[in-house]
Ligand binder design. Structure first.
Ligand SMILES: CC(C)(COP(=O)(O)OP(=O)(O)OC[C@H]1O[C@@H](n2cnc3c(N)ncnc32)[C@H](O)[C@@H]1OP(=O)(O)O)[C@@H](O)C(=O)NCCC(=O)NCCS
Length: 149
C-alpha cells in the first residue's frame, strides 16, 4: 500500500500526498482505524502487486455520518482500461448498502480523466477552491464534487 501510494504520489499531479513516510506498523494502524470508523478500503491486485486502491472514509461525527469521503488511485500502467470505473461502481454499491447518503470527493481541476469518470457516474461540482494547490509550479483549483445516493 505504501509503495503504491508513493508511486502515484511521485507523479506529483494527481493526489495531495507525494510521499508516505510511514512504517508498516503505522500504515497498518492507519488502515485499521479507517475501517474501524466503518469505512471501506479496496485494492486491485495484478500478480502480487497492488495496482489500484480506493477508499471511503465515513464522517466520524453523528452529524456527518451519512457522508462518505472517497479517494481512488491507480498505477499508471493500469489506467484507461475500465478499472477505475469498476472500482468506483463497487464503492458506490457498498456505500449504498452501508447507509451512506452522500459521497463527496475533491479533485484537481487539471485532472481531466478523473473529472470525466466522476461526472459520468453522476457526481456534480459543489465548490471550487481557487489556486488551492501548486502543481508543477502552476496554481490549480481544487474542485469539490459529490453525489447523493
Ligand atoms: C482517475 C482514475 C481513477 C480513472 O480510472 P481509469 O481506470 O483510468 O478510468 P476508466 O478506464 O475506468 O475510464 C472511466 C472514465 O474516466 C474518463 N477517462 C479515463 N481516462 C481518460 C483520459 N485519458 N482522458 C479523459 N477522460 C478519461 C472517461 O470519462 C472514462 O469513461 P469511458 O469509460 O466512458 O471512456 C485513474 O486514471 C487514476 O488513478 N489516475 C491517477 C490518480 C488519480 O487521478 N486519482 C484521482 C484523484 S481525485
Amino acid at each position: 500500500m505504501i509503495a503504491h501510494a508513493n508511486a502515484v504520489g511521485a507523479e506529483g499531479i494527481y493526489i495531495m500526498t507525494e510521499r508516505l513516510d510511514l512504517s508498516l506498523r503505522e500504515e497498518r494502524a492507519k488502515i485499521r482505524a479507517a475501517l474501524g470508523g466503518s469505512g471501506l478500503w479496496i485494492v486491485a491486485v495484478a500478480g502480487d502487486e497492488i495496482v489500484g486502491s480506493a477508499d471511503i472514509a465515513r464522517g466520524r461525527h453523528r452529524k456527518s455520518h451519512h457522508v462518505g469521503e472517497l479517494g481512488i488511485a491507480l498505477r499508471k500502467d493500469h489506467r484507461g482500461a475500465g478499472l477505475g470505473r469498476a472500482m468506483m461502481e463497487s464503492m458506490i454499491a457498498w456505500a449504498r448498502s452501508a447507509g451512506i447518503r452522500k459521497l463527496s470527493l475533491s479533485v484537481f481541476s487539471s485532472n481531466r480523466p478523473a473529472r470525466g469518470l466522476y461526472r459520468s457516474l453522476g457526481f456534480v461540482r459543489e465548490g471550487r477552491l481557487r489556486g488551492h494547490v501548486i502543481l508543477r509550479r502552476k496554481p490549480d483549483d481544487v474542485l469539490l464534487m459529490s453525489r447523493w445516493l
